[in-house]
Design a protein. Structure first.
Length: 174
């Protein structure tokens, strides 16, 4: 998802000012990475240039004029296309962790130690996510669940790989 696509989804419900879009983006999409105001107005300028939004009105005030943005039919089509295209599942076929295991085996170091250190790191991350999940709102819980499920799968892989280290060491040595 791009910032622009998120803005279009937010604008589909109602027209909004840039400030309102930033606040809504941070609330719904930017839990760990809130937007900078410069990104907001750069993104809106691009959406405007590409015909995906229009300026609905301009309000004066003590500061600079505030523009209210609305989504166009082309913008609605863009949101529909984004929602209907499936995300490509990550294959995770090559990882730096696997590379470390092979590197340890090639250099005569303990691959089991590499796995142990990584297991500890995963458990620390899982504890932090669990704390965040318990204190969070529904969106936080869903986001943390996704990360926890991935970490759990990684832990299962670590355990599985530990059972195959002797066999892998033989193959690496050949």
């Amino acid at each position: 998802m791009t910032i622009g696509t998120a803005f279009l989804a937010l604008l589909e419900g109602r027209s909004q000012h840039g400030y309102d879009l930033k606040r809504a983006y941070d609330q719904h999409f930017g839990h760990d990475r809130p937007l900078h105001y410069g990104q907001v107005y750069t993104t809106l300028a691009k959406l405007l240039r590409n015909g995906l939004v229009t300026v609905d009105g301009v309000e004066g005030g003590n500061g600079p004029d505030r523009k209210r943005y609305s989504i166009t039919e082309a913008g609605v089509t863009d949101v529909q296309r984004w929602l209907s295209e499936p995300e490509t599942p990550d294959q995770y076929l090559q990882s730096s962790l696997y590379d470390k295991i092979v590197g340890a085996l090639l250099t005569g170091r303990s691959a089991a130690d590499v796995l142990d250190v990584q297991r500890d790191e995963h458990l620390v991350a899982m504890r932090e996510l669990t704390r965040r999940k318990q204190a969070g709102d529904l969106a936080d819980r869903i986001i943390c669940d996704r990360a926890l499920f991935h970490l759990d799968a990684d832990l299962r892989w670590l355990e599985h790989t530990a059972t195959l280290l002797d066999e892998l060491a033989e193959q690496v040595r050949r």
